[in-house]
Design a protein around this ligand. Structure first.
Ligand SMILES: *[C@@H]1O[C@H](CO)[C@@H](O)[C@H](O)[C@H]1NC(C)=O
Ligand SMILES: *[C@@H]1O[C@H](CO)[C@@H](O)[C@H](O)[C@H]1NC(C)=O
Ligand SMILES: *[C@@H]1O[C@H](CO)[C@@H](O)[C@H](O)[C@H]1NC(C)=O
Ligand SMILES: *[C@@H]1O[C@H](CO)[C@@H](O)[C@H](O)[C@H]1NC(C)=O
Length: 443
């Protein structure tokens, strides 16, 4: 506690300038790390992969408190260089939340003795670190801990405190601060952004932001639609858009995925669907599903099951931070039934309990599984490859990797497994999401 108080004596921020350079974009490698193994061994065994996937099942969607992020297993990580001189931090890339936050330490001297190197941002080792004052308009952008401490605007050292909660009850709490962040631009130039607002977290608790599922990360890079997200803050400089392509991490060695902030190379095969808005101004990227098809046969699911209602319930989000795909219960049951009718393969002994449809593919020379496709608003069709929804859970065993949304007020999620192999273009300025099966080899 003493250390926290001492840290508040760091200076309060002055306003900074933002330059515009639209001709650049940032290309940040996305790393995939299996929490159960070292990266080099990632998913070398099927059972490890299954455990990682099953551990994500507990992060089922629910309406979030301030965010719907489900940090943890099955995640993609991104490196952020923060401070002067830059400190390298590993963050979870999450399109389902807004706040950028890092684990902070007030340590000044001999920091290696008190905690492992690179396990936290050492605020006192940066000359550009500064705190937002509680009276600063920026402080209104973050949720505050309760009970809220009254802000005395004549007192110099009254830092802005934040408390950000995730859907599973995990919390990060600390000071809302500002820092310089550095990047290598697409042209290899060193770029600096001198006013990145972020949470300097001192109290971090809950399953999704601590412990093994957080996997050594030092925080979360929120890529949501809100004002404080990484893409919104840097958007003014980089054309208000970002894109990524998640490559299949079961391939050994796994190919590198990239997060591109700003305008990337155009792609004529890109299909677009408008981003929908939720009346609750949620951080999520909602898209509209109209119908689901199995082998080009439209399922008899009322289109209304996909709607966002007036209370902000329902709808479908595209989320990099959730592994599996969740569909409304009625749609899910129709999809499973349609697959069951078409797939006449034996049920394996000891099927994983979390999946409704598993098959024994032993001795099948040329396996052909039904095609799943989603007709989206804007007349585009998303047809993922079979490997995005039938996953190997054990040798010769494949399971349909879909889950039903059962909670009232829940929403559907296109998870990161379903997104693999597509370039997704989050065009926030034009309020649309593009996707394409070509373009993953950018860079
Ligand atoms: C802390 O540890 C790192 C890595 O082990 C080392 O590079 C660095 O010099 C150490 N810093 C101090 C102040 O001892
Ligand atoms: C606000 O801070 C000033 C300076 O520290 C102090 O004089 C004043 O009493 C404080 N006001 C309140 C309402 O606490
Ligand atoms: C930029 O690239 C160089 C060489 O690859 C690397 O050493 C450096 O850490 C990078 N800096 C940032 C801010 O990413
Ligand atoms: C799958 O089928 C093969 C051949 O019938 C059988 O030997 C094997 O035990 C089955 N595997 C499972 C997990 O049921």
């Amino acid at each position: 506690m003493l250390l926290i108080i001492l840290l508040t004596f760091t200076h309060i921020c002055h306003s900074a300038t933002i330059n515009s350079d639209n001709h650049h974009f940032l290309k940040l490698p996305l790393l995939h790390i299996n929490p159960l193994q070292s990266p080099s061994q990632a998913f070398s065994s099927d059972s490890a992969r299954l455990s990682a996937l099953l551990s994500t099942l507990h992060r089922k969607p629910n309406l979030p408190v301030t965010s719907g992020a489900y940090a943890g297993a099955g995640q993609y990580f991104v490196t952020l260089h923060l401070g002067t001189p830059p400190q390298k931090l590993l963050l979870i890339a999450d399109t389902g939340s807004d706040l950028i936050w890092v684990t902070c330490s007030a340590c000044r001297d001999d920091c290696n003795r008190t905690r492992p190197p690179h396990s936290a941002f050492l605020a006192r080792h940066s000359s550009s670190y500064c705190l937002h004052h509680c009276y600063d308009p920026a402080c209104k952008l973050v949720p505050h801990p309760r009970p809220r401490i009254a802000c005395n605007h004549t007192r110099l050292h009254s830092p802005c405190r934040y408390e950000y909660s995730y859907a599973d009850g995990s919390i990060t709490n600390g000071f809302f601060a500002k820092e310089t962040t550095s990047f290598n631009s697409s042209t290899g130039e060193l770029l600096q952004h001198d006013s990145l607002a972020f949470g300097c977290g001192f109290t971090i608790s809950g399953p999704s932001v601590s412990g093994p599922s957080f996997n050594g990360a030092q925080g979360v890079m929120g890529l949501g639609r809100g004002t404080i997200s990484f893409v919104t803050q840097l958007g003014r400089r980089f054309g208000n858009k970002f894109s990524y392509c998640l490559r299949d991490y079961t391939i050994a060695p796994p190919p590198t995925s990239y997060l591109l902030i700003g305008t990337a190379a155009g792609n004529s095969r890109m299909r677009y669907t408008p981003l929908q808005t939720n009346p609750l101004s949620s951080p999520f990227y909602y898209i509209g599903i109209e119908n689901v098809y199995v082998d080009n046969m439209k399922l008899r699911v009322s289109p209304s099951v996909w709607n966002i209602d007036k209370m902000g319930n329902g709808g479908t989000i595209v989320d990099s931070g959730t592994t599996l795909t969740f569909l409304p219960d009625t749609a899910y049951r129709h999809v499973v039934a349609a697959f069951r009718r078409r797939v006449k393969l034996p049920t394996p002994a000891g099927s994983p309990p979390n999946f409704d449809l598993c098959i024994n593919v032993s001795g099948i020379p040329r396996l052909s599984l039904p095609k799943l496709s989603f007709k989206l608003v804007g007349n585009s069709v998303f047809t993922p490859p079979v490997g995005n929804y039938f996953i190997d859970t054990a040798e010769d065993v494949k399971c349909l990797a879909l889950q039903p949304v059962t909670s009232a007020g829940g929403f559907s999620v296109i998870g990161n497994l379903m997104q693999q192999g597509f370039l997704f273009d989050f065009d926030i300025g034009r309020s649309r999401l593009g996707f394409s099966r070509s373009g993953c080899s950018i860079g």
